[in-house]
Ligand binder design. Structure first.
Ligand code: ADP
Length: 492
């Protein structure tokens, strides 16, 4: 089925939305402006969506603030039912949502449907957690007092999300927020707003009250600034680049908002001499090539111990040479295009820089014959930790191999970065893998496993990779305030 047929079908089932969603209504930009959303696999325009700015963002904030007054007073059970219904509708339409993701983001359809399932799981999980937001009773310090802790929603939340997971990065935020009793203004990436808008359509169909979920997109700095400036917005949750995250954190200071930031990573993937080579290759492939290498937890530096280096480099190159590249709608494709031309240029620059400093291309190393933004699955050897490719996120299908001798050296290279999101290690010794896991300055560690994300586990980083955690029982805490209530005069 071609992209046009898919678009026509999505349109007729009401999933192809192009307006913003404010206070339960679909609205155009107030000045009528639109922006183009393109298919990265073909360069074709898929849709023209509303290009919104300050005014629309302020109206969305006002709607969310109004809705907060009632949504926060729903019982946990009522909020839970709404979230569960939303989850059910998403799962019933997961193929169509997946098609939308493949169209705007490029990932292979199977992977896109996987993103929908993962994204929906956050709604299901937090539908359940909504009922488990417990307070506390503190043993009193005097006979005439009782001391209580209430957990209450923080208020209106501004969520700013990236293009690499156009759906799951939203549900991972909106699930715990709604479960806690917060309302939301979501600003998806302008490159991939369609999945977010379809999610809002399904929220509406699920009976989530008007104003609880709002979506605006267009001029990112204007919308961002409106969210930051508003005293009604009590929290910003952001997934994206470290540079924008720092700006948002600074901007949140003027109204002292809570912030949750999931920023860039620079994941090391350490392969020790005693690793099971099949497990290490499979795990590295998963950690590196998922989403064409465009995730913040993607392995960015593959550190291989000298005794296994050549064998691992060969086995990894063999496995990578089997990766089928193409349009995400084509059968058997496991690697789609990069998101845009700028992304390809960044990959090219980092590979060229490494090669000019002595790295060797073992596989790929150039644009794919398919053109557009397709890049060949690539392995480069003899990389060191000073090269740009080791200091920056390559965000593409390039596996750079670095050689190390000792465990201490591996830990030192792995930690020699400002980032601290995910790390991976492969080895047979339980004592060593555990020791290294403890020594790594990262928020997430995968041991003999390359795919670590799920709704039941906390996702987040240390150092400049961010603040706070998403997913799991911990993820809801970021949307709750602790209120201490002292009840006095109990003997009077
Ligand atoms: P990436 O490199 O993944 O595109 P960005 O940090 O640029 O990361 O984008 C992530 C999200 O942040 C997107 O929704 C983008 O529109 C938004 N964004 C970019 N600049 C700003 C800004 N100044 N204020 C608010 N949001 C912004």
């Amino acid at each position: 089925m071609g992209a046009n047929d898919v678009l026509a079908r999505l349109n007729s089932s009401g999933f192809l939305k192009t307006q913003g969603f404010i206070g339960g209504k679909w609205v155009d930009a107030y000045d009528g402006k639109t922006l183009e959303v393109t298919n990265p696999a073909t360069g074709e325009v898929i849709a023209n969506v509303a290009c919104m700015g300050t005014k629309e963002a302020n109206d969305a904030i006002a709607s969310a603030h109004k809705a907060f007054q009632s949504w926060s007073k729903f019982t946990a059970g009522e909020r839970s039912k709404c979230l569960r219904k939303w989850y059910d509708l998403i799962m019933a339409n997961k193929e169509q949502l997946g098609e939308l993701i493949t169209l705007e983001q490029g990932k292979p359809l199977k992977e896109a449907i996987g993103e929908v399932t993962l994204g929906a799981s956050y709604l299901e999980f937090y539908a359940e957690e909504a009922k488990r937001i417990y307070g506390d009773i503190i043993p009193t310090t005097s006979a005439d007092r009782r001391l209580f802790i209430l957990k209450q929603p923080v208020g209106v939340v501004g969520a700013i999300t990236p293009w690499n997971f156009p759906f799951a990065m939203i549900t991972r935020k909106v699930g715990p927020a709604l479960a806690a009793g917060c309302t939301m203004v979501i600003k998806p990436s302008e490159l991939t707003p369609l999945a977010a808008l379809a999610a809002a359509e399904l929220a509406n169909r699920a009976g989530i009250p008007p104003g609880v979920v709002n979506v605006v997109m267009g001029i990112a700095p204007e919308i961002g600034d409106a969210l930051l400036a508003s005293p009604q917005v009590r929290k910003i949750t952001f997934t994206g680049s470290t540079a924008v995250g720092k700006k948002l954190m600074a901007g949140a200071a003027s109204t002292v908002k809570k912030v949750t930031l999931e920023l860039g990573g620079n994941a090391p993937c350490i392969v020790f001499d005693d690793a099971d080579i099949e497990v290490a290759v499979k795990g590295t492939l998963g950690a590196k090539f998922r989403n064409t290498g465009q995730t913040c937890i993607c392995a960015n530096r593959i550190l291989v111990q000298e005794g296994i280096y050549d064998k691992f480099a060969r086995a990894l190159s063999d496995a990578i040479s089997n990766i089928k590249v193409g349009n995400g709608f084509s059968e058997g494709v496991v690697q789609g295009p990069l998101i845009n031309e700028a992304a390809v240029q960044k990959v090219e620059t980092l590979v060229q820089d490494a090669v000019s400093k002595g790295a060797e291309v073992l596989l790929g190393g150039k644009r794919h014959g398919l053109g557009f933004t397709f890049y060949e699955p690539t392995v480069i050897s003899n990389v060191n930790n000073e090269m740009r490719i080791s200091r920056e996120e390559v965000f593409g299908p390039v596996a750079p191999l670095l050689r190390f001798k000792t465990e201490e050296e591996a830990i030192s290279i792995a930690n020699d970065t400002d980032a601290g999101l995910a790390a991976y290690l492969f080895g047979a010794s339980v004592q060593r893998t555990w020791r290294v896991a403890e020594a790594l300055e990262y928020g997430i560690v995968g041991i003999n496993e390359g795919l670590v994300s799920s709704e039941v586990t906390p996702h987040g980083g240390v150092k400049q990779s961010g603040l706070g955690r998403e997913g799991s029982k911990y993820g809801i805490e970021d949307y709750l305030e602790i209120k201490y209530v002292c009840l006095g005069n109990m003997l009077g």
